[in-house]
Structure formats: structure tokens, C-alpha cells
Design a protein around this ligand. Structure first.
Ligand SMILES: NC(=O)c1ccc[n+]([C@@H]2O[C@H](COP(=O)([O-])OP(=O)(O)OC[C@H]3O[C@@H](n4cnc5c(N)ncnc54)[C@H](OP(=O)(O)O)[C@@H]3O)[C@@H](O)[C@H]2O)c1
Length: 297
């Protein structure tokens, strides 16, 4: 299996999970295969026709970086995945790609299905949507998994883990109350990818995230602290100052408001529903605390 973006938050967990499941993995490094040159991606796939599957976890994944480098975002997030898909068409490899809830129209609340309208509000979302379109045009049999708020890679802490780390250091906490999505555990992404490689009949777009009601960053922070308490790492949960998107100045790119996704289709494909958001956050916090413990001892 070829895994692009193997050093990333999702990619690293996929590599570990795939190897544990007995897969041989080819992991082209950024320096050796720079996706700013889309033909490099195709060249790598074509040079390894033996690969049964190609998974693209690589991306210019920061909305703020994409906002200041629209050309880079287009090359990495749109053209390169299209080239990978085209190359898979030649080699016959199954192609799976990670996309994002940021492609969705985020103006109305509620859980969004795969058929929901797409109107990205920033350069990152536009480049990822263009990537989806390029892939479907090049190889309609591809499977595109839209994920959101990836957590659960203890070596690359994301929001829930960072909140807990700050709380343990007794630092002040603040979180946004008016932006809503659902988290996705990196291990669940890896497990779903491995399961879907063997389901070539499944193609197109599929939403992959925890199940439940849409959550704000503030909700996620509260649940993360409650999990840390349950795990015995934290005494009294500290308060979290509510923040509003309109009043924070640290984002360069506009953020979408309502992008929580429904994973109903994936549940039908796998014959089981996705874990709850609390379970997703609990596992992420637990792994993070255990990894931090190991580092200290
Ligand atoms: N993180 C989230 O919460 C989130 C939410 C929704 C969707 N997603 C999507 O999920 C996927 C995985 O995200 P992630 O958080 O794991 O991303 P990440 O941690 O930022 O990792 C991105 C990976 O892409 C590689 N990469 C970036 N630019 C490259 C280039 N020019 N050439 C070659 N490789 C390059 C990076 O390599 P280096 O580290 O060596 O640069 C890294 O391995 C992406 O498609 C992202 O859009 C993520």
C-alpha cells in the first residue's frame, strides 16, 4: 500500500495500523515526492504498480496557510490527488483519499449527509472540494472519506488533548462556542480505510466522524476535561472562557460554522455505527495521558 502524508496526524496512525495488520507500506516522504509538483505523485504511483491500494493522507491542511498560499493549496490539495487517481487508473490500485467537512455549505445547522450542498468559505475548503472533483473525474471508483477535527494521535495532539495538557499545567482555558462539527479519531480513520480497501464496490464521497449532535469547540473542551477527570488525571475541572468567532483575531481564514456530518452511509457500508463523540474524545485523552506518562517515566 502506498500512503502519501505518512508523517501527518492521520497518516502516521494509518501506517502503524496497516503495518500491524500485515500490510507492506510505501511511504513517500515530502522531500522525495513534493506534492507541489503534482506529476511527482503520479510518477511515484506509476513506479509502484504492485501496490494494491493508494491512500492520500497528505494535504496542505492548515486553512490559514492555504489562505496565504492559494497556488500551493491548489497544487497539493486539488491537482496532486487528481494525478494520484489518474495514475491508479493505470495501475489498477484502489484509491482512497481524505477530504474535509470544510467543503460543505456551513450556513445552516444540523447533520450533513454526503448529498448536502458544498459551498466552501475559504481557500482550504475550495482546494479540497476541487480535489474531490478532480479525483471523481479521473477515477470514479475512488473512495473519498470526509473527516473532521482529527484527534487521537498522541504524538500530534489536537484540540481535546491540548485542552487537557493546558488544564494540567493550570493555564487559562478558552474555547469557541459558535462553530460546530464532530471529531474523528485517527485510529477510526485507519480502521475504516483498511476495511474499505476490500470494498471496491463502494465509491464516491463518504462522511467519517463520530456520531452525535453537533459540538462546539467549547463542548469538546468540556468533554475532554470530564474524560480527564474520569481517568483520574484532573481534580476539579477548571472553567473554560467562552469565545465567539467574530471576536477572535487569531484566524487568518474564515471558518465555517455548521459542518457536523452524518456518518450514516459509512455505518451502512461497515454494518456498524461510528463511535459516539464522547467515546472518541475519551480514547484520545486516554492515549494522550498514557503517552505523556511514558515520556515522564
Ligand atoms: N486535522 C484535522 O482536524 C482535519 C480535519 C478535516 C480534514 N482533514 C484532512 O485529513 C487529511 C489528513 O490531515 P492531517 O491533520 O493528518 O494533516 P497533517 O498532520 O497536516 O499532515 C499532512 C501530511 O501531508 C504532507 N504534506 C504536506 N504538504 C506536502 C507536500 N507539498 N508534499 C508532500 N507531502 C506534503 C505532510 O508532510 P510533512 O509533515 O513532511 O510536511 C504530512 O505528512 C488531510 O486531507 C486534511 O485535509 C484534517
Amino acid at each position: 500500500m502506498i500512503i502519501f502524508g505518512a508523517s501527518g496526524r492521520a497518516g502516521k496512525v494509518l501506517v502503524d495500523t496497516a503495518r500491524a495488520a500485515g500490510w507492506e507500506t510505501l511511504t513517500p516522504a515530502h522531500e522525495k515526492c513534493d506534492l507541489l509538483q503534482p506529476r511527482a505523485a503520479a510518477g511515484y504511483v506509476l513506479a509502484h504498480p504492485e501496490a494494491k491500494a493508494v491512500v492520500n493522507c497528505a494535504a496542505m491542511a492548515s486553512p490559514d496557510v492555504c489562505e496565504s498560499d492559494a497556488l500551493g493549496a491548489h497544487l497539493v490539495n486539488a491537482l496532486s490527488p487528481g494525478e494520484m487517481a489518474l495514475a491508479c487508473r493505470h495501475t489498477g490500485a484502489r484509491f482512497l483519499h481524505l477530504s474535509t467537512d470544510y467543503v460543505l455549505d456551513s450556513r445552516r445547522p444540523g447533520l450533513k449527509a454526503e448529498t448536502a450542498r458544498c459551498t466552501p468559505c475559504n481557500t482550504y475548503g475550495m482546494s479540497k472540494l476541487e480535489g474531490e472533483l478532480q479525483i471523481i473525474e479521473a477515477l470514479p471508483e475512488s473512495l473519498i472519506l470526509r473527516v473532521s477535527w482529527i484527534c487521537g494521535n498522541p504524538h500530534r495532539p489536537s484540540f481535546p488533548e491540548t485542552v487537557v495538557a493546558r488544564a494540567l499545567r493550570k493555564e487559562p482555558l478558552a474555547a469557541i462556542v459558535d462553530k460546530f462539527s464532530l471529531p474523528t479519531h485517527a485510529r477510526d480513520i485507519a480502521t475504516v480505510i483498511l476495511a474499505c480497501i476490500d470494498k471496491p464496490e463502494e465509491s464516491g464521497i463518504c462522511h467519517l466522524c463520530a456520531q452525535g449532535e453537533p459540538m462546539s469547540w467549547h463542548d469538546i473542551a468540556s468533554v475532554a476535561l470530564s474524560c480527564a477527570r474520569e481517568l483520574g488525571a484532573l481534580g476539579e475541572a477548571p472553567s473554560i472562557t467562552p469565545q465567539h468567532l467574530a471576536n477572535v483575531s487569531f484566524f487568518r481564514a474564515q471558518r465555517p460554522i455548521h459542518t457536523a456530518m452524518s456518518s450514516l452511509r459509512l455505518g451502512q457500508i461497515l454494518n456498524h455505527s461510528m463511535p459516539t463523540a464522547r467515546d472518541t474524545i475519551y480514547r484520545a485523552v486516554k492515549d494522550f495521558l498514557q503517552t505523556a506518562d511514558r515520556r515522564e517515566n
